[in-house]
Design a protein around this ligand. Structure first.
Ligand code: FES
Length: 153
């Protein structure tokens, strides 16, 4: 039911850990399955130069996070925001339908890390331009859950 690529990333996940002096930190959680995700990024000139993840999650969450970190490294923040659960699943050669929601954890964590990077640099205008003000609002309220309804699938 899992592709060889998913299994390979699950067995040997890339970029696991936490960047100590990160420029942005994104955390998301899901109250339904209890999975948690933390993404830390280093950014140079709006380009992601390093990225790491930590998760208390299922196997699919580990594999999708690993591939998200590979996809995002070297991208501009604008390009990285285009990483969707669809592109993550495609990069892994597909995911079982009931596991599609797992790919959201890392993509959402990455989006929050980017918002955090921009807010640390007082670039609220850029957050608005990129349509991320709702995300910022949730982060300021300390809301962790971003996709509870998807995880019920
Ligand atoms: Fe995998 Fe929810 S079961 S993230």
């Amino acid at each position: 039911m899992y592709t060889e690529k998913v299994m390979e990333h699950f067995r040997n996940p890339r970029n696991v850990g936490e960047i100590e002096d990160a420029d942005g930190v994104g955390q998301v959680g899901n109250p339904v399955c209890g999975d948690l995700m933390k993404i830390t990024i280093k950014v140079d000139n709006d380009r992601i130069s390093d990225i790491k993840f930590q998760t208390f999650g299922c196997g699919a969450a580990i594999a999708t996070s690993s591939i998200v970190t590979e996809l995002a490294k070297g991208l501009t923040i604008e390009e990285a925001l285009k990483i969707s659960r669809q592109s993550v699943a495609e990069a892994l050669g597909g995911l079982p339908p009931q596991k599609m929601h797992c790919s959201n954890l890392a993509a959402d964590g990455l989006r929050r890390a980017i918002v955090d990077y921009l807010r640390r640099n007082d670039r609220i205008d850029r957050i608005k331009e990129l349509g991320l003000e709702k995300e910022l609002e949730k982060m300021e309220k300390g809301e962790m859950d971003d996709h509870g309804e998807l995880c019920e699938a």
